[in-house]
Design a protein around this ligand. Sequence first.
Ligand code: NAD
Ligand code: DAU
Length: 342
Amino acid sequence: MKILVTGGAGFIGGNFLQIMTEKYPEDFYVCLDKLTYAGNMETLEEVLKRKNFRFAKGDICDRSLVDDLFRKEKFDVVINFAAESHVDRSIENPSIFLETNVLGVQVLMDACRKYGVRRFHQVSTDEVYGDLPLERKDLLFHEDTPLKASSPYSASKAAADLLVMAYHRTFHLGVTISRCSNNYGPYQFPEKLIPLMIEKARKGEKLPVYGDGRNVRDWLHVYDHCEAIDEIVRRGKEGEIYNVGGHNERSNLEVVKTILKALGKEENQIEFVKDRPGHDRRYAICPDKIESEIGWKPKHSFETGIQETIRWNLENQQWLRHVESGEYRQWIQRYETLEKNS
Ligand code: NAD
Ligand code: DAU
């Protein structure tokens, strides 16, 4: 199979490519990524050495570039990870979220239709369901829970999901959607809660916890999410939505205290700061459908996964330092020079 992975230089797409290019040497993977601030070619350093991989720099909103790529490559499958993904940034500037997360998806699906792509998989999020009350532990998100997005980010993802299902019904495009809960693991950009707090704890800085810190997220290791997407693409039914999660609810305060304890730091590093506007209270996924229909189950427990992630962040200071200094953004220039000279 020839598989297009968009947004593969980001956190989840990068982990996906690392795992899948090794697991399926008979398949060929192409990564299309605009290399925004969140795209990091250093995440793909090993993948770039593999024979079944090629990188293409470009924007999923660029219709002629996308058309050209699809015409040349004749993809069987397209998996769309590309997105603006940070809720706080969507509150600052919603426009780019609508462009990439909605219009970009339309451009990709139009190309899928034109070039006969068999499966378009949209990597979506549990945030499209809005939030659940803290005091109702019995309530979980199901695939038919109504969409009720809270932030410009989640609204853009919900809009894309509606568009994907509309392309299935109207044009019979072979689509699937996965809606996963919060991911953690290696190579996550240090603007997100876990890598941010690890860095701040390590440096002895204050850890900014929004509001009262009681907001709950349902954490899943990124490797489990990647396996779920691969299984859905290979075994999932066209036109179906699959929730992905592992019943791992933790309050933000619990997560932050776990990090401080692992690093031998004091809890007085915690600082309660102004709450995020529209801050979702609780996410909780019911993964029964993917477990019963596809047989996927998470393999990583939060207890060991978080310790491994803390270790990864401590041991990969070069990756983090290059992110902080902006040096990772020079990578593509070095890569392009190498390509030209080879
Ligand atoms: P990320 O921000 O780490 O990476 C996004 C990648 O997309 C980057 O490499 C970026 O350069 C690329 N990109 C952005 N705009 C682009 C464009 N216009 N054209 C081409 N490439 C573009 O995001 P992530 O955390 O890896 O999330 C990946 C996907 O998974 C997103 O769709 C997100 O909504 C979804 N998701 C994330 C989580 C999570 O916890 N991180 C959970 C569930 C779902
Ligand atoms: O649920 C899936 C979603 O998880 C994905 O769709 C998003 O792409 C991903 O970014 C993530 O969204 P969150 O908003 O839940 O993740 P974030 O890491 O930004 O925040 C996690 C929680 O921690 C949230 O309740 C806000 C809080 N927080 C976050 C930061 C960055 C803080 O208290 N302080 C912080 O500095």
